[in-house]
Write a protein that binds this ligand. Structure first.
Ligand SMILES: [Fe+2]
Length: 551
């Protein structure tokens, strides 16, 4: 998204918050988590460990072995994988060599593992040992319940990763889903001034992006999150530059910053070196799906570098908001795309082939309409506010709606839940084609019953990145008055979404932290909504209890 004006971090309001670190989530668990660490590792493994892209039989393990000698060209790294935290029940050992050409990062795709099981791992190199990490394979077959934390938008400069630490402390998670803006390209004081950036200037070159990844990976809270939980990640724009599209970005000036192609190539190289993801054949196309038994399929979409058309300008002044636009003129050009024809066809195949109860589609930018002025589609007078989100690509969004409407080929309900980040605010939305038209028979939507909705969307607020100051909820009320499909919006807080999935329903809980201006151990449950099997609209829900036996 665009760069909002920085604002002063909110002071903690203790009355709002009731849950301190180590509360409900830990109490219910049989302590499968590793002992919590409060400090970073020694010099060789100073960037910690991570794991990602789990399947039923394999997972990526990640670390970096930093050589003490700056002139070193390679390092030999040993690893061990076991079924217990003490690493006595060993299932795999191995040795790999990493090189300066890959910035001494290590990625191992460990195969032959059992489904739905936790494993523990450690690296050794240069006489040093890494912290012990914990990972987990996806279930195969009949999983009855899954708990997934959903995160996005973590500007290191904008604050402390307290929300990451709260997720790390949860003993009730099967997976952490990160929907992008894992890091930001800006220099110091350009997007938050709580912590200085490394390098101090905007990241442009491969070396810059490597340095930025290294800074993030040295953060103790992020390290703890990645040490405790397996992740599935997809990028948004800031992993390269703000409002990226297939041939450029709002925050790239080729007259002073070199070619876009060179910049993106370097940024993506650093990304694949430093992130626990399985590398695709084409680095610009990391879209993939992860099957969680019969219960859910997680689909991760690429919405920046493989196909996206350039964002159009928003020409209409909107008091108090900035600029807006109507869905007319060039916005209706059907050749403009977010996913591209190839990915649209792939998504159609994935949805058609999936027999999982729930299709959880993780993606970058908000799918639901966001209007400053809400009118029906036939009226054409609606004013949208963000041309970088799906609102800026109406025909492409209609094609996505068509995919859901065309499903199923057989008899099952589509049960599609979109999971989104990007806009530094928390949302719970019904997905519907014409939200301001109350005539359901004519393709409209009834906000009271949810009739006319075809899917739902949970938008995770940011870990730290600034939202919009809305202390008394005035702006949120204005948003809801024009957008009846928005069941909840919180423009003000940071935190994450906890998703609790069973065959009968998916509950999305919005959790918020008290501050990002300083380290803090306080978080609060905010609100919950659920979608039920075969009924694709949100209804109010309640905080779910952690399962009796944790993963
Ligand atoms: Fe962001």
């Amino acid at each position: 998204m665009g760069r909002p004006a920085p604002r002063a971090p909110r002071a903690p309001n203790r009355r709002e918050f009731f849950r301190r670190s180590g509360g409900a989530a830990l109490a219910a668990a049989a302590l499968p988590l590793l002992p919590l660490r409060s400090t970073a590792s020694g010099p060789v493994f100073q960037h910690g460990v991570a794991s990602g892209d789990p399947l039923a039989d394999r997972v990526i393990l990640w670390t970096r072995a930093t050589p003490p000698d700056a002139a070193a060209t390679s390092v030999t790294v040993n690893y061990v994988v076991a079924t217990d935290p003490a690493l006595t029940q060993v299932v795999r050992t191995g040795r790999v060599r990493t090189h300066a050409q890959r910035d001494f990062t290590v990625k191992i795709d460990v195969t032959g593992l059992e489904a739905g099981r936790s494993y523990y791992y450690r690296f050794t190199a240069l006489g040093a040992s890494s912290p012990v990490g914990r990972t987990r394979t996806l279930p195969a077959g009949g999983a009855s319940r899954l708990r997934i934390a959903v995160a996005s938008c973590a500007s290191h400069a904008a604050g402390y990763f307290n929300a990451y630490r709260r997720i790390a402390e949860r003993a009730d998670l099967d997976l952490v889903l990160h929907l992008g803006d894992y890091l930001y390209e800006y220099g110091s004081d350009e997007f938050g001034n709580v912590r200085p950036t490394e390098p101090p200037t905007e990241a442009i070159t491969l070396t810059d992006y490597r340095t930025r990844h290294a800074q993030y990976k040295r953060d103790a809270d992020l390290q703890e999150l990645q040490r405790q939980h397996v992740m599935a990640v997809i990028w948004d724009d800031h992993e390269v530059a703000n409002d990226a599209w297939r041939n450029g970005a709002e925050n790239h000036d080729s007259t002073t910053e070199g070619t876009w192609s060179a910049r993106r190539t370097g940024a993506l190289q650093a990304y694949y070196e430093w992130m626990p993801v399985r590398e695709p054949a084409d680095r610009k196309k990391p879209q993939r799906s992860l099957r969680l038994g019969d219960l859910a399929e997680i689909v991760l979409l690429e919405e920046r570098h493989s196909a996206r058309s350039k964002q159009l300008p928003a020409p209409i002044p909107v008091p108090g908001v900035g600029q807006g636009f109507k869905a007319s003129g060039r916005f209706l050009d059907p050749t403009r795309t977010v996913l591209g024809a190839e990915q649209e066809a792939w998504l159609e195949q994935v949805l058609a082939a999936s027999t999982a109860r729930w299709k959880l589609i993780g993606q970058g930018v908000m799918l639901a309409q966001l209007k400053a002025l809400g009118r029906t589609n036939a009226d054409g007078g609606s004013i949208f506010v963000n041309p970088d989100q799906w609102d800026g690509y109406p025909p492409a969004r209609d094609r996505l709606f068509d995919l859901i409407d065309a499903y199923p080929p057989l008899t099952a309900a589509p049960n599609v839940v979109f999971l989104t980040g990007d806009i530094h605010s928390g949302w719970a939305n019904d997905i519907t084609r014409d939200p301001n038209n109350p005539d359901v028979e004519a393709g409209g939507y009834d906000p009271a019953s949810g009739q006319g909705a075809i899917a739902v969307e949970f938008v995770a607020t940011s870990i730290t990145s600034p939202g919009i100051a809305d202390p008394d909820g005035t702006l949120a009320a204005l948003v809801r008055s024009q957008n009846p499909h928005v069941k909840h919006v919180d423009l003000d807080h940071h935190g994450y979404v906890l998703l609790d999935v069973t065959p009968e329903r998916v509950v999305g809980e919005l959790w918020i932290v008290d501050t990002v201006a300083a380290p803090s151990g306080v978080e609060a449950f905010s609100v919950a909504f659920e979608v039920r099997d075969g009924q694709p609209h949100l209804v109010p829900s309640a905080q779910t209890a952690a399962p009796a036996s944790a993963p």
